[in-house]
Design a protein. Sequence first.
Length: 603
Amino acid sequence: MADKDDHLTHVAFGVLEATDEDRDQALRLLAADTALHAEWITGLVSNRSAPDEIVRRVFTLGPLPEGVRRWLRFSPLSATAAQAAVTYPDPEVRRDVTGNPFLPPHALAVLTEDPDPKVRWTAVLMAGEYNVELPTELTVRLASSPEARVRMHAIGLPGLPEETRLSLAEDPHPRVRARAISPWSWPRLPPEVRASAEADSDPWVREAVERAAHVDVPLATTLADFLAEPDERRRDDAAYRARLDADLAVHLVAHDDSSLRRGAAWNPHVPTALALTLTADPEPSVRFALSLRADITEEQRSAIDYTVPEGRHEAPAWVQERFGDPDALRELAASSHVLLRRAVTCAPELPADVVERLAADEDYFVRLMLCENDHAPHELLVEMYADWKGLSSGMLANRRNFARPGLVRYADNPNYRLRLAALSDPEATPELVEQLTHDPNDTVRGHAAADPRLPLARLIDARQEPPAVHGRLEPRTAHRTHARATRHRRRKPACGCRGSPQAPVNAPARHIPVLDRAPYAHRAIAAHTASPNGVGVSFRGLVNHVRRTPSGRPSSPLAGTRSACETLVTEHPRGRAVPHLHRMGAEHDGRPATTSSGTRRRS
């Protein structure tokens, strides 16, 4: 059976010479596999260039394949797909699409009045959660719904008239009343409504009133107020950020509690001269906090004996405020403090001389964090890609300046990551890609098998090799392997591969047709479900093919492929940061903690 399927695959993909009738027959024989058909349908409906007619016909099937339902939950939908999904007869499918964060507002509006109660209240909840603007008349209608849960979630809808929102504080259901009472609504409610809420017997309402009527007491700023403050947390907050008077500042700097001294060292309202008395503090965390003050000179900073603790550290707010000042960035990039230099790498725009300085920084993680900046130089990206083994290592190859002609020089490098980088060279030949499918490293072989420049015949042959040819690629990635390589063999290699100079590397992937003409579409819409050796190969990625043209736009609509797509549908058997200056995952690559903690200071 495996040999028969293999022959059908070769015929359907065009590896073997055959007539169009033979290719059609191979397609139909392969289509007898229900699981394969499910992959086909999922690929078709998730292809953003699929004709609207095809998308609508997919939603005439019942039940929908699980792959389609998974796509409905998490993926951006076209207007046609969204409209078809929200009117699908099965409420389970409508529940799936209701939770999609990318659902267009008009589709979510339809679901807020769905016949199924769970769909209704979930849609209203999602509209409030994602701040989706619904028509005003619809929000009023939802706030008047006979269902308490819908009314409760309608309170959070943007665009709900103020008078309607306030009226819900008198709703017959206590959970709705509790939701309607907030710090915003409390001062706006009539006195009699507030009095009624205060006397409400429901615990939810009483708790809401307590929160809404709460008035924050200012933090202590004088020594007397600080000593009278019973809340330890509020005393800590005062030490860190309150506008302290002179007596309280002196008290905190000399306090026995190191956490309060640390707060005083951090607090910008403590006079600089007084804060610097903590330079020789016995507690390392106090000295570290002092070293990050904005109002000390580099000479004073260098005199502090501090050590950067391991773990995550937020970039100081005062550093972030200077991201738009090139001169300030230059000064910070030359700082003796490693965290300040790391913070500079988070700036969206960096002068060229700052990039050059940071790229040569002695601190490994300054250089690594610079790689997350769009201005990171190509040479640094390649260097860190070859060496860094942390969780973010794979993202380095996707940076704007990574892919460049010349990376093919690493094709025979002993470092497998550099051999992998060779695939990012836009000028890598199909022969080189084929060579790397025989690489001793699983990851290199897997990426080479997924490369669109791999000759079709080699990809088909790879199905008969051990599963390791796909490396550590997940089944979904294996789907893309066929998607990228299965196209008519007379066509030129795809021009939108990683790093192609014609297509920006950081442009979003675009879903475009596999083939442009009907005879070849029939050929493309046939694939093997699995090889005898267990290499998972399916068709979903093939019909959801990703490629870019030199302009970055889809190469064409699914022109000429409609008859094949219709065949598939008709014959389906089931018919939201603050920059963090941290170790960048050093604990995952075994790098010594002394390296990741940064230098204490420069001599």
